[in-house]
Design a binder for this molecule. Structure first.
Ligand code: GTP
Ligand code: MG
Length: 265
């Protein structure tokens, strides 16, 4: 109860990722599950391209452990775990022209507990595809915005770093890269974005901020970009977890995404 009383607003997660990655499909699947927990196998409703952000109220099933219970005694934790926990997800449009205004702007939301970045694992099999480059550019911009958020001089108290879940979706498709390979591909593609941005030769997307671009993702050291670097330098923890919202393996991995959410509550 301490956690709930401390902030009046519902703990909120920001759902980001390129168009077509499966954000709205994911939210509608867990929305159905949270309104009817019995109906585990339900297919998400068909979606269309999102054009505005939507705040969706959800309940985390009581069976999923909460991070705030980690240090409680077994008895205490099992008592509390029987109740579902309210939280919200802000679904955002992934289209390149809507990202700044409708998605990344939400990083200032004080109720945020974490960021979920959904990728389509099947477009990452070739590093030259435009979908692959677009995914990396958007993830780069998101991580840079998170990095800048920490050094925001306008805010009164220092902000805590937000954890990031990269949901490697569409694992049901045979062209999908396996989760470990998704992680490697994203890291190397982000390194390419970082190099081209720092040379000022960038043609990919726009800068996320009015700040002059001298702050480089990961701090501008000599090392190649890795997610680990962001954890070491900026306390930003990044997990990559595979799954599928639709298709033959619909719902696979979704439990682990919910467990990640629970770990942030
Ligand atoms: P925007 O709203 O444009 O940003 O896209 P979005 O991320 O909300 O994608 P959306 O949920 O609308 O899904 C796009 C398409 O991918 C839809 O046709 C979904 O049916 C399909 N899709 C979503 N998840 C999966 C998955 O796990 N596997 C497969 N095979 N298809 C999926
Ligand atoms: Mg959508």
């Amino acid at each position: 109860y301490t956690q709930a009383n401390r902030t009046k607003s519902t703990p909120t997660f920001l759902l980001l990722g390129p168009s077509g990655a499966g954000k709205t499909s994911f939210v509608s699947l867990i929305q159905k599950q949270s309104s009817n927990p019995e109906e585990k196998e339900s297919e998400p409703s068909p979606t269309r391209t999102s054009q505005v952000k939507t705040n969706v109220s959800l309940l985390l099933p009581g069976t999923i452990p909460l991070g705030s219970n980690k240090y409680r005694s077994q008895n205490d934790a099992s008592l509390k775990d029987k109740h579902p926990t309210p939280y919200s997800i802000i679904d955002t449009p992934g289209h390149g022209k809507l990202r700044l205004e409708h998605a990344l702007s939400q990083l200032n939301n004080p109720a945020l507990r974490g960021v979920i970045f959904v990728v389509d694992s099947s477009v990452l099999d070739s590093s030259d595809s435009s979908a692959s480059r677009d995914t990396a550019a958007y993830l780069h911009d998101t991580l840079l915005a998170l990095q800048r958020r920490l050094s925001d001089k306008g805010s009164k108290k220092p902000k805590a770093a937000l954890p990031v879940l990269i949901a490697a979706n569409k694992q049901d498709l045979f062209t999908a890269l396996p989760t470990g390979a998704v992680k490697d591909r994203l890291q190397s593609e982000i390194e390419r974005v970082r190099v081209s941005r720092s040379k000022g030769l960038s043609a990919v997307g726009q800068d996320t901020d009015e700040d002059e671009g001298d702050d480089v993702l990961g701090g501008g050291g000599e090392d190649k970009f890795t997610f680990k670097l962001l954890e070491e330098e900026y306390d930003t923890k990044i997990d990559v977890i595979g799954g599928a919202v639709k298709g033959e393996e619909a719902g696979k991995g979704v439990q682990r995404w919910l467990e990640w959410i629970g770990g942030c509550l």
